[in-house]
Design a protein around this ligand. Structure first.
Ligand code: SF4
Ligand code: MG
Length: 309
C-alpha cells in the first residue's frame, strides 16, 4: 500500500525559506498519492529555474532538461510510452519566455500531459529580473527601474494556443491546487495549471499579504474561486463551435480580471482528440503497442524500400 512518503525523496532542498514552491511540491506529491498513481508510471520533466529542481524532490521518474525545453522532451516521452503519466513543471520565465514557442505548439497538438507553471513574475534563480508575467510598469525590489514591456496573460495564451484544460491556482492554497492538479492529470489532453507562486526573496509586490488583501480597505482576499461563483468553463458539446467559442471567450475575458479580485480555478475545459489518438488513427500499431515495447531489431522494412522504388 503506497503512502504519501513514498512520493518524497531524500534529496536536499535549498529553496528559500517560505518559498511558494514548497506548496506546489506538496500539492504534486499529494495529488499523485491520492490518485494512487504508481511512482514508476509517472515522469516529471522540468526546465531551468528554481522550479526546475522539482523532479529531484518527487519520487517518480524525472528529467531536469534545458531552459525552456522541457515540453519537447516531455512530448517525446509521452509518444514513446503512452502509458506514462507525463507532468512538466517550469517557471514563467522558463515556459512563457524562452520556451514560449514550445508552450504554444505543445498545446496546439493537444498532447495528453499536464504543465504546471510556477508563476512568480520574476526570474528567481538569476536574482529577480522581470519575467514575462510581470505587468508593465511594475518594479520589484531587485529591479533598477519598472518593467517597460507588457506582461503576458498565460490563461488567454493557453486557450488560444489550443490547450483543452486551462486552470489557475495558488501555491499557498495546497488543497485547491491539489484538486486542480488531479483534474488536470485526469483530463485527456493538454492541461495548463498556472500557479500563482510567492517568491519572498525577489517579488516584494505579489506577496502572501498582497494575495490576502491585507492592505485593501476591505481587507478581503484578492483570490476567489470560480467554482464558487457559478462560473462554468466546461464545453458540453465538443461538436458545437458556437459553444466552444463562447466558452473560450468568457474564459479569456475572465482571465484579464487582475487587481482587487483575481479568479482561480478552472477557466476552460473541452474534450478533443489527443495528439496520440490522432497519430494512432493513422498508425494503428501506435495504439496497440507503445513504441517502448515494440521490437526494434526484428522488423521487416522492405515495404518502405519498395514504396520508394
Ligand atoms: Fe523561491 Fe524565489 Fe527563492 Fe527561487 S528565489 S527559491 S522562487 S523564494
Ligand atoms: Mg519565475
Amino acid at each position: 500500500m503506497l503512502e504519501l512518503k513514498d512520493y518524497r525523496t531524500k534529496v536536499h532542498n535549498d529553496w528559500c525559506p517560505g518559498c511558494g514552491d514548497f506548496g506546489i511540491l506538496n500539492a504534486i506529491q499529494m495529488a499523485l498519492f491520492e490518485m494512487k498513481l504508481e511512482p514508476h508510471d509517472v515522469a516529471i520533466f522540468s526546465g531551468i529555474g528554481c522550479s526546475g529542481k522539482t523532479p529531484h524532490f518527487v519520487n517518480t521518474y524525472g528529467f531536469h532538461t534545458l531552459h525552456g525545453r522541457s515540453l519537447p522532451i516531455a512530448t517525446g516521452a509521452k509518444l514513446a510510452n503512452t502509458a506514462l503519466t507525463v507532468i512538466a513543471v517550469g517557471g514563467d520565465g522558463d515556459g512563457y519566455g524562452i520556451g514560449a514557442g514550445h508552450f504554444v505548439n505543445t498545446g496546439r497538438r493537444n498532447l495528453d500531459f499536464t504543465y504546471v507553471v510556477h508563476d512568480n513574475q520574476v526570474y528567481g534563480l538569476t536574482k529577480g529580473q522581470a519575467a514575462p508575467t510581470l505587468p508593465k510598469g511594475e518594479k520589484t525590489k531587485s529591479m533598477s527601474a519598472p518593467a517597460i514591456v507588457q506582461g503576458i496573460n498565460p490563461i488567454a495564451l493557453a486557450i488560444t494556443a489550443g490547450y483543452t484544460f486551462v486552470a489557475r491556482s495558488y501555491a499557498l492554497d495546497v488543497r485547491h491546487l491539489k484538486e486542480i492538479l488531479k483534474a488536470a492529470v485526469l483530463h485527456k489532453g493538454s492541461a495548463l495549471v498556472d500557479v500563482l507562486q510567492t517568491c519572498p526573496t525577489y517579488n516584494d509586490i505579489n506577496t502572501k499579504e498582497w494575495y490576502a488583501g491585507t492592505e485593501l480597505p476591505s481587507k478581503t482576499p484578492r483570490l476567489y474561486k470560480l467554482e464558487e461563483t457559478g462560473y462554468d468553463g466546461v464545453v458540453k458539446n465538443a461538436q458545437d463551435m458556437n459553444e466552444i467559442n463562447e466558452k473560450k471567450g468568457q474564459a479569456i475575458i475572465k482571465s484579464f480580471e487582475w487587481g482587487e479580485k483575481i479568479p482561480i480555478g478552472l477557466f476552460y475545459r473541452n474534450q478533443e482528440p489527443t495528439f496520440e489518438e490522432m497519430i494512432a488513427s493513422r498508425m494503428p500499431v501506435f495504439k496497440e503497442v507503445p513504441l517502448t515495447k515494440q521490437d526494434l531489431f526484428h522488423r521487416d522494412i522492405s515495404p518502405i524500400f519498395e514504396s520508394l522504388t
